[in-house]
Design a protein around this ligand. Structure first.
Ligand code: UD1
Length: 370
């Protein structure tokens, strides 16, 4: 790096949950550039998610610039996707080097790009580092562990993440407790959230419907257990409309299930503004996502997580989330409690204040004082 050329950061995004995490970092970098900052970036889309409903819609709504490079890897097994991303990103770095590889979250693209970069001695920064579910059955947990084991600088969302990293031997000068970029995006767009076109068609009223999202292999890949869960949701929600935006991997199993509960409304994956409008006004959300538990916490909406673990314990200890496992009986009891008015109110975790993108860029400017 010489003193006159700007520092170029690769910002990696591959799958839907990445897009809301990169948007505030890009915005902060753009603002600093206008103010004379010297950091530059190259936006790289790996192509892990490629449907417009899983990708392009988010770029448009969140005002993210078109990617500079698309690695176009598409679908595949975990190893196929990892290998394709590594091979293509390595080629890019060899042809056009960069100063830093910045990855976010826990998807396959995150891990694959971190490995390819670090092997070429390009340092890695990880946003949302240090969170752990302890469940090695989830590919995301492997992605988190591998990524953090070769990360130079860690940007974290919680003290729990800081503790996890310190226990793994990370020194404090590589650790930046900055807050949550996903919440930056939510707060920045709260006033623009808007109802989806089917709002009136299904007679949705604030506080009188549910939102469900399920896409984890452990919940949706086996038809019989998925059907049992859906029946429990249908019964427990007491005939209230229950909107279920269907992830592509869920659709495959769903098509084979007969006798779906009548109050479940299956819709396409929703764009960001419409999805979070639905969440904001729902009676409760039933999900196996991690990111959504953070959004419900900030919006104060009751959230029931159908998993055995969470990598985001603050959404339970501080927020509105409860971990119910995948036994339908637990869900029924939780829904009874909700209808009886017994759900906790919750609070907002430290530094989830809408300014995390700025804090990350300020830290990067100190790390790269070109
Ligand atoms: C990935 C992430 C997960 C995240 C989820 C959000 C990993 C390991 N998992 O899981 O953390 O919560 O995204 O969506 O990275 N497909 C399409 N169109 C698309 C993308 C995928 O039809 O645009 C299909 C694929 O062909 C495949 C299935 O959906 O059959 C799963 O996609 P994949 O990206 O492999 O993993 P997700 O389950 O989406």
């Amino acid at each position: 790096m010489n003193n006159t050329s700007p520092t170029v950061i690769d910002i990696i995004a591959g799958a839907r949950p990445n897009f809301m995490k990169i948007a505030p970092i890009i915005r902060a970098l753009d603002e600093r550039k206008v103010a004379g900052g010297r950091l530059r970036y190259r936006l790289i889309h790996t192509g892990q998610h490629y449907d417009s409903r899983m990708s392009a819609d988010f770029f448009e709504q969140l005002d993210i610039p078109m990617p500079d490079i698309n690695l176009d890897v598409g679908s595949g097994t975990q190893a196929e996707q990892t290998a394709a991303i590594m091979t293509r990103y390595e080629r890019l770095l060899l042809d056009h080097p960069s100063s830093l590889c910045l990855v976010v979250g826990d998807v396959t693209s995150t891990m694959a790009c971190a490995i390819a970069a670090q092997k070429l001695r390009v340092p890695v920064a990880h946003v949302e580092a240090g969170i752990r579910s302890g469940d090695w059955g989830m590919p995301e947990e492997i992605n988190r562990m591998v990524t953090d084991s070769i990360t130079n600088w860690f940007f974290t969302t919680s003290e729990t993440a800081n503790d996890n990293l310190r226990r793994a031997g990370v020194e404090d000068d590589r650790l930046f407790f900055v807050g949550n970029t996903m919440i930056d995006t939510l707060l920045a767009h709260m006033d623009r959230l808007r109802p989806p076109p089917f709002w009136d068609e299904y007679g949705l009223l604030p506080g009188s419907y549910f939102v469900v999202t399920l896409h984890r292999p452990s919940n949706v890949d086996a038809g019989s257990s998925f059907a049992r869960l859906l029946r429990a949701i249908g019964e427990g929600t007491r005939s209230l409309p229950t909107i279920f935006p269907v992830h592509p991997r869920t659709r495959k199993t769903l098509e084979a299930i007969e006798d779906l509960p009548a109050n479940l409304v299956f819709v396409e994956p929703q764009p960001y503004l419409e999805f979070n409008y639905l969440v904001r006004h729902a009676k409760a959300v039933i999900t196996d996502s991690g990111g959504i538990t953070e959004e419900t916490t900030v919006m104060g909406v009751p959230c029931m997580t159908l998993r055995d673990t969470t990598e985001r314990p603050e959404t339970v200890s501080i927020g509105t989330n409860e971990i119910l496992g995948t036994n339908p009986a637990n869900l029924s009891r939780a829904l009874d409690r909700l209808f009886a008015g017994g759900w906790k109110k919750g609070g907002i975790p430290e530094l989830w204040d809408g300014r995390t993108g700025e804090r990350i860029v300020a830290a990067l400017e100190e790390l790269f004082p070109s």
